[in-house]
Ligand binder design. Structure first.
Ligand code: SF4
Length: 379
């Protein structure tokens, strides 16, 4: 695989260059791009418009897939969680959530994660590797095929959220390239306006994202109203404080389009960050910065190996009420796929009965791989 060109990693223009380097005309590149992305074809034999000899030539130089499906869990509510494996044996997770109007796919940007959010199971893996653009695109293709079948037109539109494993702002280049490949009208045609990127607060990237004209929406995982508590729950806060984060959000606000708002994600942890005083402090913080924002309250998903319990529904409701009494829009995220451990922060769970098994599998496979560099010098 490593010597083969991974075709989902190429833009249409790059694919044309590639086929021309093999002596084929440009239109063959366009045919391949459409087959891979619009029809979600998984092998060269499925691209029947290509001459057989060219398909053979291609298969000796390039690959249509680099991820393989290891496990599939289907929830009673229709949520589908895929455990995928990269060509170098690292875990990647993708969750497909069917909804009435649009489907949502929650994808990973890294295998593992270098950030150490205390309430997150993925954090226990550490960073294994940042994913390539092609590996991000392929998660969406595989996920749609898993739900609907290869080549079957999807009945609804698709929203994407970069909220799976990893910190997407530390996979910035891969993510931006993947978004441009997926936006191509001749391919998946999922435009950035249908994509939300959730960050734990990589401040320089927030400024950078604001400069991109056709950018995705931004969500900030906050989960604490003050530095003291956030330093514990999300240690990235020691690098960039809440004040610096808010300053970046204020600058980003200039780029918000009409009707667009920030989303602040707040994971509700029983007896830790869910008190009335926390709600009042959060309201005061958001008011002080006067941001066009809403707050998503996310009931924590307890898992073996994590020290926190979810807030009670009554506590979540009381917290929401306090925010609303300060004119802050607050919503409670409906949990999906809980029976298959598909929820936020649980994506390292290999099997529902043994969530930490993956940690061990990964530790073993990582020790056989070359050491992996940090994805960015930012942290
Ligand atoms: S919550 Fe997100 S950013 Fe934090 S450790 Fe988990 S995957 Fe990484």
């Amino acid at each position: 695989m490593t010597d083969l060109i991974h075709l989902p990693d190429l833009t249409a223009a790059e694919l044309i260059d590639f086929v021309q380097s093999l002596g084929a005309p440009a239109y063959r590149g366009r045919q391949i791009f459409t087959a891979l992305h619009a029809r979600r074809t998984g092998d060269f034999d499925g691209i029947t418009e290509l001459p057989k000899a060219f398909r053979q030539q291609l298969s000796s130089r390039a690959a249509t897939r680099s991820l393989t499906v290891e496990q599939r869990y289907i929830s009673a509510d229709g949520t589908r969680r895929l455990l995928l494996k990269t060509h170098d044996n690292l875990p990647v997770e993708t969750v497909f959530i069917p909804e009435e109007r649009r489907d949502t796919i929650c994808f990973s940007s890294q295998s593992g994660c270098p950030l150490k959010c205390d309430f997150c199971l993925t954090a226990k893996l550490g960073l294994l590797r940042t994913l390539t653009a092609g590996e991000i695109v392929e998660q969406i293709i595989i996920s749609l095929n898993d739900a609907y079948g290869e080549g079957v037109e999807t009945p609804r539109g698709t929203n994407l959220v970069a909220m799976g494993a990893g910190e997407p702002m530390l996979a910035f280049d891969s993510l931006m390239k993947a978004l441009s490949i997926m936006a191509d009208p001749k391919g998946l045609h999922i435009v950035p306006n249908r994509v939300t990127v959730s960050t734990a607060g990589i401040v320089p990237r927030i400024y950078e994202l604001a400069q991109i004209p056709d950018r995705p929406h931004l969500a900030i995982s906050l989960s604490a109203p003050n530095d003291e508590l956030r330093n514990v729950l999300m240690p990235i806060n020691k690098r960039w404080s809440i004040a610096e984060l808010m300053q970046a959000c204020k600058a980003f606000e200039q780029s918000l389009k009409r009707g667009e708002r920030f989303t602040f994600e707040y994971v509700m942890l029983d007896g830790v960050n869910d008190g009335d005083e926390h709600a009042r402090e959060l309201a005061a913080l958001l008011k002080r910065h006067n941001l066009r924002a809403k707050v998503n309250l996310i009931p924590h998903n307890a898992a073996e190996g994590l020290a926190y319990l979810p807030s009670t529904p009554e506590r979540v409701a009381a917290f929401k009420g306090i925010l609303e009494s300060h004119n802050i829009a607050a919503y409670v995220r409906r949990p999906r796929g809980q029976d298959i451990y598909a929820a936020c922060g649980q994506l390292a769970a290999k099997r529902a009965s043994n969530p930490l098994a993956l940690t061990n599998i990964v530790a073993r496979s990582a020790s056989t791989q070359p050491s992996l560099a940090s994805p960015s010098s930012i942290v």
